[in-house]
Write a protein that binds this ligand. Structure first.
Ligand code: AMP
Length: 220
């Protein structure tokens, strides 16, 4: 049986990570969050981490080739029912590389591309209020998506909730937003031609959005 691949598109802090986590819990899919994978490498101080640290801090994109190698390695995991791509593709070239790879790989199929739409002014505030768990990478928002117990991660119980370095630098945030906006139209029209896009109003609350996503995945 083929494994489904789901893509989440959206500005930083639009809710991709939160919705991915819900699908992981409901469908047994594995989330491949390319940003988390890179940050993990930076934390470990690996060669890859050293190469990408300054790029991430500045809010720039790492090369399409490098990120695609990382993605491919993660898509080889056999212990899951499907995959969620959170933060990939970020360029048209990445979308094309993924498409070619899936065409050549009988075991995987792109099921849906969810585009969580939000205005950049709104994500700017969200990014400034975002905290993430240093241990498991779960993300929260100090105003709209708080942890159940203050200062404690809902997922793993860690008390190390931190700001991401690239969430503290206003220029890096603006850069991330600008890069997203200059690439998203091409990516969306690429997937529109394949009839895979499902657009979501990112202003709706978390439960409503996850209902819409689960409904779309169940074919409702
Ligand atoms: P994120 O956690 O998704 O906001 O990603 C954090 C950072 O990782 C981005 O600002 C980029 O520097 C890098 N990154 C993550 N995913 C990609 C990707 N698909 N292509 C290029 N760079 C990426």
């Amino acid at each position: 049986m083929k494994k489904n691949v789901i893509v989440f598109l959206g500005l930083p802090a639009s809710g991709k990570g939160t919705q991915s986590a819900l699908i992981v819990d409901n469908f047994g899919y594995k989330s491949i969050a390319t940003g988390n994978i890179l940050r993990e490498e930076v934390k470990k101080g690996s060669e890859l981490g050293k190469k990408v640290a300054a790029i991430i801090d500045g809010g720039n994109l790492v090369s399409d080739e490098l990120i695609f190698e990382i993605l491919k390695k993660n898509l080889e995991d056999t212990n899951c029912k499907g995959f969620i791509l959170d933060g990939f593709p970020r360029t048209l070239k990445q979308a094309e590389m993924l498409s070619k790879y899936l065409d050549e790989n009988d075991g995987l199929e792109l099921q849906k591309v969810f585009y969580i739409k939000l205005k950049s002014e709104i994500v700017f505030d969200r990014i400034c209020n975002r905290i993430s768990c240093k241990n498991c990478g779960a993300t929260y928002n100090t105003s709209s998506n708080k942890t159940k117990v203050e200062g404690v991660c809902d997922k793993c119980g860690s008390t190390e909730l931190i700001d991401r370095k690239d969430d503290l630098d206003t220029d890096a945030i603006k850069n991330r937003i600008n890069i997203f906006e200059s690439n998203i139209k091409d990516i969306v029209s690429f997937y529109e031609k394949k009839s895979l896009i499902f657009s979501i109003d990112g202003l709706k609350n978390i439960d409503t959005i996850s209902h819409e996503i689960i409904g779309a995945l169940n074919g409702n």
